[in-house]
Design a protein around this ligand. Sequence first.
Ligand code: NIG
Ligand code: FE
Length: 434
Amino acid sequence: MDSPKASGDRPSSQRPPSGSLVVRGIGRLLAIEPGAEAAGIRDAAVVIRDGNIAWAGAESDLPPGSVDGIPSLDAGGGLVTPGLVECHTHLVHAGSRADEFEARAAGASYEEIARFGGGILRTVAATRAASRAELVDLAMPRIRDFLARGVTTIEVKSGYGLDLPSEMKILEAVRDLQAATPADLVPTFLGAHAIPPEARSGRGALVQSIIEEWLPAVAEAGLARFCDVFCETVAFNRDEAGRILRAGLAHGLQPKIHADQLSASGGAELAAEVGAVSADHLDCAPVGSLAGLAAAGTVAVLLPGCMVSLGRPRFPDARAFRAAGIPVAVSTDFNPGSSVTRDLPLMGTFAMAWMGLSLADAWAAVTTSAAAAVGLSDRVGRVVPGFQGDLAIWPGADARGPFYTYGGAVPDFVVKRGRIVSQRWNTGKTRGGD
Ligand code: NIG
Ligand code: FE
């Protein structure tokens, strides 16, 4: 069996074209197909043609001769899942806030730090001072790190610019990054992330500028797919957030909301009202808001990394959302302040250990539900014919492995559109329940 080489230790600096690949020797395949066996398919194979899944099933059912001429990869009896979907990041930013993490350990709260000039506005100052090329240089290794952890689709928000040129610079950096990485990047405009220092006395004018100048410019340049707003007492109130999200919709940007993170600020209700694709955080969402989210088909994106970076021991209860019929995704929320991690499988561990998700729900939370949260549920997050050929090949056939042995789970191989884009340096079997 010939084994195609990974495109170097790192993903290529040029976006590779789609490829064809047959993956054999799969100990267990989690296709995450609706109604499929939660236990997955044993002794499976997957065929990817021209970047898309052409066939997936028991290897013994693979029609003879059907994969002649296609390069082959041996999964070594491992677990194959869809490439993971990271549906909420702030990965384009400059500067560290490690000192704030230390200050919180000494008793300061996130809100106090923000009031004394720290928090989001510090990252805004550092990001404004960085050039677009510098932002790209800072972000690319973070994307490589996500890929190495099995993440093949990544949502990326602006929001550390807070003026039109700086917001555009961040979104243009995302476009530059997309041209240079095999990962799919999904850009979101988060111009309404915080009140910038220059707008403290005139927030009405700020909201008006976002609606009348920033949103049209971003949409006109085709730089974003979603419009997000931080709806919170320390940021934009429900009325302001609603006006911005509706204006975004009028410009073709689908709504997302940072909702009820620190207090019940009306974010979940607003998400239902505007038909948001996702409502994110939801730590303080009132129980009464869940029926509206369910009716609107909004995905609840829960972000347990914040509990660690913010030192808050209370994880959101995912069971309440599942019981209300709301799809639940989990995400790292990777950013330099409230959640400084890119370990998406670890978020699955937290979801199982502290948020009440079952194993099957945890896998859905980092694949299909996360894909729905970025409007891609018909293309990524499942290993079924017609979907993109995005796979993570994990050591050991145990579906619990990447969550059970927690922290730093890395697949042996990561495949994006039929090409190997990341390969683990040490393929010794250390996971899968052994
Ligand atoms: O998702 N909640 C608002 N925004 C980010 C925090 C960003 C920061 O602290 O820099 C979040 O947690
Ligand atoms: Fe966030």
